[in-house]
Design a protein. Structure first.
Length: 249
């Protein structure tokens, strides 16, 4: 057996073991209807096969498959399933810390992907309701338009966030600018390095309109639903499991 094949098996086994162990959970996965092969009555999906073919083609300089690539990829996917079966028979998923971490991470990813797929189908009214409830999350920061008279600290034209002013003038000056009224000024620096900073205009922080913030609202909604799905799964799993702690935490 060649070294590249050994390396390929090693790279496939870890990630594939996690995925395989998850898809064996009957309450979370629908039966495959587009299988390209079966190993011990377990399907290899067309999606997995096509993804493997794309990966192989991507490694070619020409970006295309060789005549024997399809058969070779199919056999490697079958070999992968056989290796995973044996790994589980040997209990590697129970003893190997790295595989256990991969399984936990893969389960979280699976729950997140499934929840995001469901959440993306939500109607606009649900997003708007989330936006109204969580409007504080879409608060825009205050912006300031200032002018500098003297000194050698250039400031970009237009409105600046307070953190941008802080980067150029320092934290103390930025805090003082935030306290100014329009047309008021402060002196910054000392001696020959002293200069005036004048506040020309201020835009106070406000909640972005839904139409402008919609992408951010959807992203936050998906993130919240995904986090809730993981918590709900773990709550149910704890209630249905025999958990005993043998030491004082």
């Amino acid at each position: 057996m060649s070294r590249p094949w050994l390396l390929a098996v090693g790279m496939l086994a870890g990630a594939a073991l996690a995925v395989f162990y998850i898809v064996r959970l009957p309450e979370t996965v629908e039966p495959a209807t587009d299988a390209v092969a079966w190993v011990n009555e377990r399907p290899i999906s067309r999606g997995s096969y096509e993804a493997a073919l794309q990966a192989v083609a991507g490694d070619r300089k020409t970006g295309t498959l060789r005549p024997d690539d399809r058969e070779r990829v199919m056999q490697r996917l079958i070999d992968q399933e056989l290796l995973i079966d044996r790994a589980i028979e040997l209990g590697l998923h129970e003893r190997d810390p790295q595989i256990r971490n991969q399984l936990a991470t893969a389960m979280i990813d699976f729950l997140v992907r499934r929840t995001e797929d469901e959440a993306r189908a939500v109607d606009e009214s649900a997003l708007r309701a989330f936006y109204e409830e969580q409007s504080f999350r879409f608060q825009r920061s205050a912006q300031y338009r200032v002018a500098v008279d003297g000194g050698s600290v250039p400031l970009p034209a237009g409105f600046l966030l307070l953190k941008e002013i802080e980067q150029r003038l320092g934290p103390s000056a930025a805090r003082r600018v935030a306290e100014l009224e329009v047309d008021e000024s402060i002196l910054v620096g000392e001696g020959d390095r002293q200069y005036t900073v004048l506040l020309l205009e201020r835009r106070d922080g406000r909640v972005a309109p839904f139409e402008e913030a919609r992408d951010a609202v959807e992203a936050a909604y998906l993130r919240d639903r995904s986090e809730a799905a993981v918590r709900e799964y773990l709550d149910v799993a704890r209630q249905g499991s025999d958990i005993r702690i043998g030491i004082e935490p």
